[in-house]
Write a protein that binds this ligand. Structure first.
Ligand code: CO
Length: 161
């Protein structure tokens, strides 16, 4: 396993539509392992493949008691409610903003072996799923933020993805 270099805002790969994964092989498994290791190393609650320079539809998330989630070709198939909360992103260092997200989502994806998985989430996990899936479509939270917080603002709940 290896820590991969983090891409930050201004890098054009963060703005590209990521490619669908079609091959579930050893390369994918290695990539997923590296993504999880990198996410923990950088202390994020989620990481999308474009953030380490790979334009493929893959995300890893560890946001709550569900532990590590590996999602390949994830898609939001249903969403409900609305919630405004503070968000950050490993690719947008030292910045936080208030972003409105659905409060509940249902996501369909594939696991590392290509098997279909379904996740229903709310709270932090729902927010992380929406944030990471946005990355796969070239969208950053700063595009959606209602307000970018001034650096002197006190932040109780920091969250970086
Ligand atoms: Co992010």
């Amino acid at each position: 396993m290896a820590i991969r270099l983090l891409r930050t805002v201004g890098d054009p790969i963060l703005r590209k539509q990521a490619m669908e994964v079609k091959r579930f092989d050893a390369t994918l498994e290695r990539l997923l392992d590296d993504m999880a290791e990198s996410m923990y190393y950088y202390e994020g609650v989620g990481l999308a493949a474009p953030q380490i320079g790979i334009s493929k539809q893959i995300v890893v998330i560890d946001a709550d008691e569900s532990g590590l989630l590996e999602l390949v070709n994830p898609e939001i198939v249903a969403s409900e409610g609305e919630e405004l909360d503070i968000e950050g992103c490993l690719s947008v260092p030292k910045t936080y903003g208030e972003v409105k997200r659905a409060s509940k989502v249902k996501v369909v994806a594939q696991d590392r072996f290509g098997e279909r998985i379904e996740i229903e989430a709310e709270g932090l996990l729902a927010r992380a799923l929406q944030h990471e899936i946005d990355h796969l479509h070239g969208i950053l939270y700063i595009d959606k933020a209602e307000r970018i917080l001034p650096p002197e603002d006190e932040i109780d709940e920091e969250m970086e993805e």
